[in-house]
Design a protein around this ligand. Structure first.
Ligand code: ADE
Length: 244
């Protein structure tokens, strides 16, 4: 997969992409990430990328010309085609399903908006996909792009140490992940649930599933609505939720 990121702050990406899973995926050749400075595509000597909104209003908007020029140039740098994703609080909400969908692409072009927003012609005629990472407003699309790239890259086969790792993540099964423990079995009087030390894989799997259901019911009841529960699990949950 090839990911091209268009930004006015390429320097912001150096930390997060030079550590951990994204770094390893790049080293393994699973993904190539290219950063492009939108200012390189401005046509004036001040490298202007923003301007006042027509009709008045607060703040500045990103101009269309540098963004169209940047996308057109970057698109021509490789044969692969894929979505042109604009990060914006007005986009569809990013979740694990969107991450999986994007990870199937050969290529992503990611545009980081800034200032008070982006000229509407970019939304309507350049971007093929608009994504928001949540119902809050960031100072720019850069942090959102890092979130999206991280979540997408870990879905690429081979990016994680074990092929099973991402299937266990929260949301992978539509539920939150169960609690996990490592050594020591006893720490400051807090002990690991006995069942996890039992070696009984059937019992461990049942405990994990129930804990997943409990956590989801407590923290994200909205997710539980679309999960498939057996009658026994529903009963268990009712009893255990009311006893909390
Ligand atoms: N840019 C500013 N806020 C954002 C958000 N919540 N998601 C994506 N891009 C953004």
């Amino acid at each position: 997969m090839r990911i091209d990121i268009l930004t006015i702050f390429p320097g912001m990406f150096s930390g997060p992409f030079e550590e951990s899973i994204v770094k390893r995926a790049v080293e393994k050749g699973l993904v190539q990430i290219f950063l492009h400075d939108i200012r390189d595509y401005a046509s004036d000597k001040h490298r202007t990328v923003d301007d006042y909104p027509f009709g008045g209003g607060q703040g500045m908007l990103m101009k269309p010309e540098p963004l169209f020029a940047a996308v057109e140039d970057v698109q021509g740098q490789a044969a692969e085609r894929g979505p042109i994703v604009l990060l914006t609080p007005q986009g569809r909400l990013f979740d694990q399903e969107v991450a999986v969908e994007l990870a199937r692409q050969d290529r992503l072009i990611v545009i980081c908006g800034h200032y008070e927003g982006v000229d509407a012609r970019v939304h309507e005629h350049l971007a093929t996909d608009e994504i928001s990472i949540g119902d809050y407003v960031l100072s720019g699309g850069e942090l959102a792009a890092m979130v999206v790239v991280d979540a997408v890259v870990r879905q690429i086969p081979g990016a994680l140490g074990s092929p099973l790792s991402s299937g266990d993540d929260s949301f992978a099964q539509g539920l939150l992940e169960h609690p996990q423990y490592t050594r020591p079995a006893e720490f400051r009087g807090m002990s690991v649930p006995e069942v996890l030390l039992s070696g009984n894989h059937g019992e461990i799997a049942r405990w994990r599933r129930r804990q997943s259901l409990l956590r989801t019911a407590q923290n994200r009841p909205d997710l539980l609505a679309s999960a498939e529960l057996t009658e026994e699990e529903k009963q268990w949950l009712l009893t255990n939720l009311s006893s909390q």
